[in-house]
Ligand binder design. Sequence first.
Ligand code: NAP
Length: 290
Amino acid sequence: MTAIVSKLLHSRSSLPRLYAMAASKHGRLFTTDSNKVDQSFKVEGAKVEEAETVDVPPPPTEKLLVLGGNGFVGSHVCKEALDRGLSVSSLSRSGRPSIQDSWANSVVWHQGNLLSPDSWKDALNEVTAVVSCVGGFGSNSHMYKINGTANINAIRAAAEQGVKRFVYISAADFGLVNYVLRGYYEGKRAAETELLTRFPYRGVILRPGFIHGSRQVGSIKIPLGVIGSPLEMVLQHAKPLTQVPLIGPLLTPPVSVLSVAKVAVRAATDPVFPPGIVDVYGIQRYSQHK
Ligand SMILES: NC(=O)c1ccc[n+]([C@@H]2O[C@H](COP(=O)([O-])OP(=O)(O)OC[C@H]3O[C@@H](n4cnc5c(N)ncnc54)[C@H](OP(=O)(O)O)[C@@H]3O)[C@@H](O)[C@H]2O)c1
């Protein structure tokens, strides 16, 4: 018997037969007309035996870095990511916020300024995905720096570190307001261009209008949803009006911070989430997915 099997082993054309014999020996069925070999069998010398069960290593843990994780949107992104079982860290100039909520103990808080790259590069170690919630208002040049340059620095550093996915919380077009807040919108669009260039297949840009929810200011929670929720309900039916030049975009419906956070975390972790720009209607739609 050993001699027969050994002969079979040295003849390539006989291998399928050998596998078929092994299969029938173990009462298993598989085709012999393909090159595929059932992984549960191994052929060793003259022996044909079932392989020992091999432990499959657990999938790598996702490690999410939230830029601006102590801000309004960022803190909701951190909470959503923790709820989904991710390992979460945050980077901002002030580091850990003063809030006492228990979720804050589960975040690793880094302190650094995106405009001073040497102060934060370590925060990217082993990070698999980044969500940037960094942005702000002020003079036009300040707004360009904080919405544009700071995020461009982050996008470049993340690409160099081999981060898999990058999500940027940008902002919807606001028509006339764009002229008043020029630095804000030019900064946002410059960061978007950088993201689409550096992460063409794994970069996602969310463009919400006004975001409502509970905003923590010191020890007080401001319920922006009181105005935002009803407005969102009314304005989501006015989509065609947003096409009116200059003033139309002012009718962009507000969106809940919970929806933005949910879609941001999904975009940062779901390998089939499509890259590119997601407008406010897209955020509403994706946030309804399980
Ligand atoms: N809220 C809205 O209605 C709305 C609407 C549309 C779009 N957005 C966009 O959504 C994003 C988040 O908005 P938000 O309302 O959550 O703003 P926010 O509360 O002011 O948060 C901004 C975050 O950015 C951090 N940050 C600012 N400059 C930084 C720097 N140089 N380096 C590192 N971190 C820096 C801030 O923390 P530190 O101060 O500690 O650095 C803070 O955590 C922004 O990009 C905003 O433009 C917001």
